[in-house]
Every structure is written in structure tokens, then in C-alpha cells.
Design a protein. Structure first.
Length: 487
């Protein structure tokens, strides 16, 4: 074990079950350079994947850096700490002399000083050193989108890599949103690590991704051969996300989750659409699960439209409180300009809450057909669009005692796009969904745009939307004006 690795051991238990398939259980090293359990996708993906692999009888050890993931019973965590340069409350800090341990730390600070994002590279170098020191202890190494140079070559075990979507997509959207030459230069410098990720991805033998859309983007943007990519969809945990008729619907409530005020998430478009909606439906209001940004496009849009009393940000809520919040909404929305999957779409549908979702990226693979399982909207929609009734959001009027339907008042009768799987799976992730409830008398009226995304985190403890600058690699681009953003 290397000097910087701190073996915490199994935090909540030890995996002792045997593999249900009859195959020899595998010893898996699951790598995550970021694991924030409170917002974004990496920590949630690692937690659920690790848990399900352990349930199948495999021995899973997560190796990660700050912010560390919260893991379930049977999945130990080995901490491989970075210098944590983007931590709150002092992001972009310069470490004290005594914090430097080796040349990797120096490279991490130097890259930050020059406006780049170092963590995928520096974590991969630390992980390589750690894995080689433990040669023979693992049967497979599973990397969660680090894609750093340190993971090329011999690691002591075969490498499998999950790419949720190419971060080149984020780069394009941020460049398109940049309003000055200085800002565009800053964006290009920040995303310089995507050149490394392209080179690494092309050399990988096995790549997993979460949707067909992401597979196509990986082929086109990263140059990975299609025959090396396998699609493994993510599943909504329907033990947690399920209808509950006892939860009262709040008139006009629209719910979304947003981990950051960044162009990709499309939250600013939702705020603009809300302003238009309130001219015809004064009860309409938005609840955002996430931290309110003090400055930025969303904060300015709220102020410009006078929506301070109609937009609420919540954080620090438990899983049960979050599920009930979605159940209580008249509409759940996904306004993202692009998503590699969109788990919140599946989660909302699993609770029976009507869904408005954009057609960005892989969202249609999750949300299903427009008018059947959701109302589909072009990304960036702020006003009415052709073929829709004017000025209304999808409003549900269910008969007393009837269960809410799967999505937007429509209940698909067979598995397919938009049908949430039974629970997250480490192999297929698309088990048959729960049976839909009674039909009821549901009316769906169309409307504009809709809100963002979230990923589930089961188990006790608060859900906090505290910033995590490295989550899914959408980190705060250094800007002379606003402070650092949540990714």
C-alpha cells in the first residue's frame, strides 16, 4: 500500500455472500476520482454499482479521492487523497508547504494555477501506483470515467471503464455560452484534460456506457471503436421511488434538481419558462433541489423576472423527503441541453409524477415517446412550441383514490423506453417495471420547458447539494467575476 492511501476498511460490513450465477466471485477495484454522495452522478453511480456487485457475491473495494463516496454494507472504501484543491469554503486554494508529498502533488497545483483541471490525471497516477503495489489482489479494475494516462498499460488486472458521456459535450456547450474572448480562453484551458481523455479512450479494450446516445457520442467525439463499447442502462430504485397516493399534490408545484448553474443543465431556460407560465397560472412555482447560486445566469434570471418568491432552493433533505417532494409535484422536468442518461426522468416516472423532458442527448431513451410517457420539448425551449396547447403545464386531474400513472398521465403497457427498471443493476439495469396503477381520469395539457436532474442516494443521512467541483468533470471554470460554481 502506498504512503498516501488510507485503508478505512469496510465501513458498514463485509461482503460474504457467494455469486448467485455460480461463477467464481470477482475481486473488483472500483475507481472514482470524485465521489460526492450529495450531488452530481459519480458518487451515486459508484455507491449503487458497488452495492449491487456486492449483492451478487463479488468482492468490491472502492478506491477514491475527495469528496469521498458514502458506501453501503459490504463495500469498503480505500481513500487515495488528492490535495482537495476545490473544497469548500476555500476552493482554488494554494496548499501549505507541509501538504506536498511528491511530484504528483506539485503537478496538481501547477495545473490548477494555470487554469486547468488536474484531478483526472493526478488521480490516475496515484491509482496506478497503488494498484501496482497491490498486484494480485484484484481480478478486474473498473474505472469510473477518470480516463487518465496513469491507467494505461499494466495495472496488475484487466481494466474496464465506464464513460457516462464524453466531456467534450460539456466543453462545446460552455464555449457556446461564453460571451467574451477571455472567457472562451478560460473554458478551453479548463477543458484541456479532454485531450488526454480522448487519447486514453482510444486505447481502451472495453468501455461501458449508459445509453445508445452516449455510445454514439463516444464513437464520434472520442474515436472509440463501436465494437468495444457495451451499453448498460442505469436503473431507478423502485423500492424507494414509487407512487404513494397518500402524499398530497401541491397545486402549481414544479420540481427539479440542479447540481450547478452551468449551460448543460438548462436551469436558466426553466426559470424563463416559469416567468411566462405565471402570467397564466399564478400558482406555478419551482422547487430546485440544490444550492442557490449567489451569482450567475440563474440568479440573474430570477431577479430579472421578479421570481424570488416563486423559486425555492432546498438542500440537506433525506432520500424519503426528496421522494415525497417529487410525489407532491404536479410536474417534474428535465430541461438539460444534454444528458448521457437522466436518472431523474426515470425516478419521476417511477413515482407517477408527470414528466416534461427535453430531447437532449439520451433523455428520450429514458423518458419514452412524446405524448405517451412524457411531454418532449426541444432543448432550450422557453415558450410554446408547435402542436401544443397554449400556455399550460401538464396538469393531472386524477379521480379520487386512483394511483398516479407512470408518466405524464399515460401508462405504457409493455417494457421499453421510458419504463423504469426494478432497481439498479450492475449487469443489465433494465428489469421489468412495477405494474402501473389504475387509470383514473387524467388530463394532460401541454406547456413550456422544464427542470434538471438528480441522482438517488439510498440509506440514512442528509442529501446536501454542497458544491463538488469535480463531479462528472463539470467543474467550475475559473472566472474573474463569479465565485466557483458547483459542477
Amino acid at each position: 500500500m502506498t504512503a498516501e492511501a488510507i485503508e478505512t476498511g469496510p465501513r458498514t460490513g463485509d461482503s460474504s455472500s457467494s455469486a448467485g450465477s455460480g461463477d467464481r466471485p470477482l475481486r473488483i477495484a472500483l475507481l472514482t476520482y470524485k465521489g460526492n454522495p450529495f450531488c452530481g452522478g459519480q458518487g451515486v453511480y459508484v455507491r449503487h454499482l458497488g452495492r449491487e456487485l456486492a449483492r451478487l457475491g463479488h468482492s468490491v473495494e472502492v478506491i477514491g479521492a475527495q469528496p469521498y463516496p458514502v458506501l453501503d454494507e459490504g463495500v469498503p472504501l480505500t481513500e487515495l487523497p488528492s490535495l482537495d484543491l476545490y473544497r469548500q469554503p476555500d476552493p482554488f486554494r494554494t496548499p501549505k508547504r507541509g501538504e506536498y508529498r511528491d511530484w504528483i502533488d506539485l503537478a496538481e497545483v501547477a495545473t490548477m494555477w494555470t487554469g486547468g483541471f488536474p484531478e483526472p490525471l493526478t488521480f490516475s497516477l496515484r491509482a496506478r501506483r497503488h494498484l501496482l503495489a497491490r498486484r494480485g489482489e484484484f481480478d478486474v479494475v473498473h474505472d469510473n470515467q477518470t480516463l487518465g494516462y496513469g491507467l494505461l498499460g499494466d495495472l496488475g488486472a484487466p481494466l474496464v471503464t465506464t464513460i457516462h458521456h464524453p466531456i467534450t459535450v460539456d466543453r462545446r456547450l460552455d464555449l457556446a455560452a461564453a460571451t467574451s474572448r477571455r472567457r472562451r480562453a478560460s473554458v478551453r484551458r479548463w477543458y484541456a484534460f479532454t485531450r488526454m481523455q480522448k487519447r486514453v479512450a482510444r486505447k481502451l479494450d472495453t468501455v461501458l456506457t449508459v445509453s445508445g446516445s452516449s455510445r454514439d457520442e463516444i464513437v464520434e467525439d472520442l474515436g472509440v471503436r463501436a465494437d468495444r463499447i457495451s451499453v448498460v442502462h442505469i436503473g431507478a430504485d423502485t423500492e424507494l421511488w414509487s407512487p404513494d397516493p397518500s402524499v398530497a399534490e401541491v397545486p402549481g408545484r414544479i420540481v427539479t434538481t440542479s447540481s450547478a448553474d452551468v449551460p448543460l443543465k438548462g436551469l436558466v431556460h426553466l426559470v424563463d419558462a416559469l416567468a411566462k407560465l405565471r402570467t397564466e397560472n399564478p400558482d406555478a412555482h419551482l422547487v430546485v433541489v440544490g444550492k442557490r447560486a449567489e451569482d450567475g445566469p440563474v440568479a440573474r434570471a430570477i431577479e430579472r423576472h421578479g421570481l424570488a418568491g416563486a423559486v425555492e432552493f432546498v438542500k440537506g433533505i433525506s432520500d424519503a423527503e426528496l421522494v415525497d417532494l417529487v410525489r407532491s409535484a404536479q410536474v417534474s422536468c428535465v430541461p438539460s441541453l444534454y444528458e448521457g442518461f437522466s436518472l431523474p426522468a426515470a425516478e419521476a416516472m417511477a413515482t407517477g409524477t408527470p414528466l416534461v423532458a427535453t430531447t437532449g442527448g439520451a433523455i428520450p431513451e429514458v423518458s419514452g415517446r412524446d405524448g405517451e410517457t412524457c411531454l418532449a420539448v426541444p432543448p432550450g425551449t422557453r415558450t410554446r412550441w408547435p402542436g401544443r396547447s397554449p400556455g399550460c403545464w401538464p396538469i393531472r386531474s386524477c379521480a379520487p383514490g386512483s394511483a398516479r400513472r407512470g408518466a405524464s398521465g399515460c401508462s405504457p403497457t409493455s417494457p421499453g423506453p421510458g419504463r423504469p427498471p426494478e432497481r439498479p443493476s450492475c449487469t443489465v439495469g433494465r428489469s421489468p417495471p412495477a405494474e402501473p396503477g389504475p387509470a383514473g381520469d387524467c388530463a394532460v395539457l401541454a406547456g413550456d420547458g422544464g427542470p434538471g436532474r438528480r441522482n438517488p442516494r439510498r440509506g440514512p443521512g442528509p442529501r446536501d447539494a454542497a458544491p463538488d467541483p469535480g463531479m462528472r468533470l463539470r467543474t467550475p471554470i475559473p472566472d474573474p467575476d463569479p465565485g466557483p460554481r458547483d459542477p
